[in-house]
Ligand binder design. Structure first.
Ligand code: FES
Length: 181
């Protein structure tokens, strides 16, 4: 009963009506049999559904799984693939694996910080652009590898990345879109 009430309270925080994303999280918790060792899977499903993990959502998960909130927060903050802020409208993910590092990933990250004032894990003050990093997705032959707004890019330079992101922010076609037009 208590869980049902919390579900309703939490759903109310989302526009005053039941939120199907919350049902998805709730179903996942049930599917894993309320097992505490399924916490990472549940957090993944929650982040996929909501885009990020805010305190209310973490509290909801903690109560459903009968875990202390501090424990849930600790696990979520240990892994850098969990985010506690709403996703930015535009995002650049830079691979920092060895091959990409050798081929200039660090210079790209430095250029992004100099141009937009954000390091990996940060979002610009206007919420429009964020930078994250990740480990080798296995495309080392294209190093340095990045993903800009979901598009995998290889062999970019710091200058070409900055130009591309300015174009994305301005809503202009990117170089690859111009080529394919
Ligand atoms: S090290 Fe970057 S794709 Fe492999």
């Amino acid at each position: 009963m208590l869980v049902a009430k919390e579900h309703a309270d939490y759903a109310q925080a989302f526009q005053g009506e039941d939120d199907p994303r919350l049902d998805e999280v709730s179903r996942a918790v049930k599917r894993f049999g309320y097992q505490q060792d399924a916490l990472i899977e549940v957090l993944h499903i929650a982040q996929h559904a909501f885009g990020y993990l805010d305190e209310k959502l973490l509290t909801y998960i903690a109560r459903q799984m009968k875990l202390p909130l501090g424990w849930v927060y600790g696990v979520a903050s240990f892994y850098n693939f969990f985010s506690f802020k709403p996703p930015a409208a535009h995002n650049c993910v830079v691979c920092t694996g060895t091959a990409c590092y050798v081929e200039g990933a660090q210079e790209i990250l430095q250029a992004l910080e100099a141009e937009f004032g954000v390091k990996p894990g940060q979002t610009t003050a206007d919420g429009r652009f964020s930078v994250t990093d990740f480990r080798c997705p296995g495309s080392c032959g294209l190093a340095p590898v990045l993903v800009v707004d979901g598009e995998l890019l290889g062999r970019e330079t710091a200058a070409s990345v900055i130009a591309r992101i300015h174009a994305q922010l301005a809503g202009e076609p990117t170089p690859s879109q111009e080529t394919s037009a």
